[in-house]
Design a protein around this ligand. Structure first.
Ligand SMILES: Cc1cc2nc3c(=O)[nH]c(=O)nc-3n(C[C@H](O)[C@H](O)[C@H](O)COP(=O)(O)OP(=O)(O)OC[C@H]3O[C@@H](n4cnc5c(N)ncnc54)[C@H](O)[C@@H]3O)c2cc1C
Ligand code: SF4
Length: 480
């Protein structure tokens, strides 16, 4: 346990994409910073193993089992020092700011476009962002790109934040070799080098306040209660996590905390090729197809455990499909939901996520599955299998009707999201939002929220780049 000060300039709750960048920015300005992280800190080369079950338990929130109240949508988030960046796919996408920022402005959130662009550039240089080298992409990637080209669907390799990647393909379980420039090996140690203190295994964080100002955080660590004072508190506990801390702290002055959750999410689709492709080898998420404005298609490949959960069949049929694992290629379809979800606390103060993809969202996902199925059939797939509870199989264009026939409601397919957003949305109008355009909670001074939970509408892109760029911008208000 490091020696703690009795008071800090700022306490940051959460050490993921937004928390690590926030800690670095504040410490760089000479502020005393304490970072409180719920998850444990691991040593990549010692603790990270090529073992799905072990790593889910170590690195994922609720061991990967966080779902919406109706269990229809799995929401994956990291819970470790470095947050979701430790388990993410290192895909780096700038958002389409020309589309997003006017939507945010209409809701009352004013974010300067040029500042975000400058922040993206700064982060890209720091995190070694570049185009993915096809030599480290899984074999399904080129098959996918070739089929897209024949169908005149624009598609390309993505950009990523990795350096000298070995292409082992285990990015979702922590990079053992420190080749992914996650927060664990970049902004967290850089913040510490500038004087920040990072405490892991911290539970039950409650923000304290007096006279309308946040003034510290109480928490437990390894069974010992702590109360540390600070001039400012910044919540970077991620969508759902930051809402949970606010609600547990009884902070909801405008009634908008826990409202407006939205997801970028969808479904994985698997295809059986006529010959072994060994697509599990090398990195999973590698390419994007710009097929339609209403859905995103990105290639992927899961290790066998997760893969087996996404093949909708049972017993012998499931076994027979898994025996074709070496022949499989995979991609995902995602769409952006409206901000209709809510987060509340149950009697035991656990978060309850009330969220449903709308009928319109489901239509977009189905159209995306249809397009992706067309790409896989063009690539020569023998069978295409959207992730589902009961097996849905499409072997030719005539069987495309199976998509509408068998997918009629959310739980007919296996829905998931790794990109939760909203819940504490930003608007200068206190009747609409939980924080203002300076990231400060309405009605309580010196308390800020700087993670994806403040985004008023969906980013329509993988979130880490914008989470970091927004947090760097938020730090300019915290450090005043
Ligand atoms: C499997 C997976 C793959 C992904 N792949 C990509 C990708 O390739 N590209 C991309 O752009 N995005 C990707 N993402 C999403 C991206 O990583 C996140 O959007 C981003 O990290 C969000 O940043 P954040 O700071 O809001 O939250 P996080 O990075 O999730 O950090 C929040 C941190 O707060 C901690 N916390 C929560 N509650 C508390 C509490 N009460 N007290 C203390 N600490 C708390 C959590 O443990 C966590 O460490 C992926 C996500 C997942 C889960
Ligand atoms: S594929 Fe590259 S970044 Fe991912 S875990 Fe392996 S070495 Fe690390």
């Amino acid at each position: 346990m490091p020696n703690l000060l009795s008071k800090y300039d700022t306490i940051v709750i959460g050490s993921g994409a937004s928390g690590a960048v926030m800690a670095y920015e504040l410490a760089s300005k000479g502020m005393s910073v304490l970072v409180l992280e719920k998850g444990k800190r691991y040593l990549p080369n010692v603790d990270f193993e090529h073992n799905e079950m072990e790593m889910y338990a170590k690195l994922y929130k609720m061991s990967g089992l966080q779902t919406t109240k109706d269990n229809d949508v799995t929401i994956a988030q990291g819970q470790t020092v470095g947050g979701s960046t430790v388990i993410n796919n290192a895909i780096w996408l700038r958002a389409d700011l020309n589309k997003i920022l006017p939507e945010w402005k209409a809701f009352g959130a004013n974010i300067p476009q040029q500042t975000l662009i400058n922040n993206y550039s700064f982060l890209e240089q720091k995190l070694k962002v570049k185009k993915i080298d096809p030599n480290i992409a899984n074999a399904g990637s080129q098959i996918f790109l070739d089929a897209c080209q024949r169908l005149n669907i624009p598609a390309e390799f993505l950009t990523h934040n990795r350096e000298s990647c070995l292409g082992c393909g285990w990015c979702n379980y922590g990079c053992k070799y420190n080749r992914k420039t996650s927060m664990l090996v970049t902004f967290i140690p850089w913040a510490e080098a500038k004087g920040a203190t990072v405490l892991d295994e911290v539970t039950t964080c409650v923000v304290t306040n007096k006279n309308g100002k946040a003034n510290g955080v109480s928490f437990m660590r390894r069974g010992i209660p702590h109360l540390i004072a600070s001039d400012k508190v910044v919540l970077c506990a991620g969508a759902i996590g930051s809402t949970e801390v606010l609600l547990k702290s009884n902070i909801n002055p405008t009634g908008n905390v826990g409202k407006g959750l939205h997801l970028l999410g969808g479904v994985l689709v698997n295809a059986i090729m006529p010959r072994p492709v060994h697509s599990y080898d090398k990195i999973g998420l590698s390419c994007i197809a710009h097929a339609h404005k209403d859905y995103l298609i990105e290639t992927f490949h899961s290790p066998p455990g997760v893969f087996s959960l996404n093949i909708g069949a049972w017993y012998k049929e499931h076994h027979d499909l898994m025996m074709k694992y070496t022949h499989m290629i995979q991609a995902g379809v995602m769409t952006a939901s409206d901000p209709t979800g809510t987060i509340t606390l149950d009697k035991k103060e656990r978060p309850v996520i009330n969220f449903k993809f709308s009928k319109n969202n489901l239509v977009n996902i189905k159209r995306g599955i249809q397009t992706l199925t067309g790409i896989f059939l063009e690539a020569g797939a023998e069978q295409v299998l959207p992730a589902s509870f009961k097996k849905i199989s499409i072997g030719n264009h005539g069987e495309m009707t199976n998509i509408d026939k068998f997918i009629q409601k959310n739980d007919d397919i296996t829905l998931g999201s790794a990109h939760p957003q909203g819940g504490n949305r930003m608007s200068d109008d206190p009747s609409k939002g939980a924080v203002n355009s300076q990231f400060e909670v309405h009605g309580l001074k010196n308390l800020f929220v700087a993670d994806t939970s403040v985004w008023p509408s969906n980013l329509w892109a993988n979130c880490q780049a914008t989470a970091m760029a927004m947090s760097k911008y938020a730090a300019t208000f915290v450090s005043v």
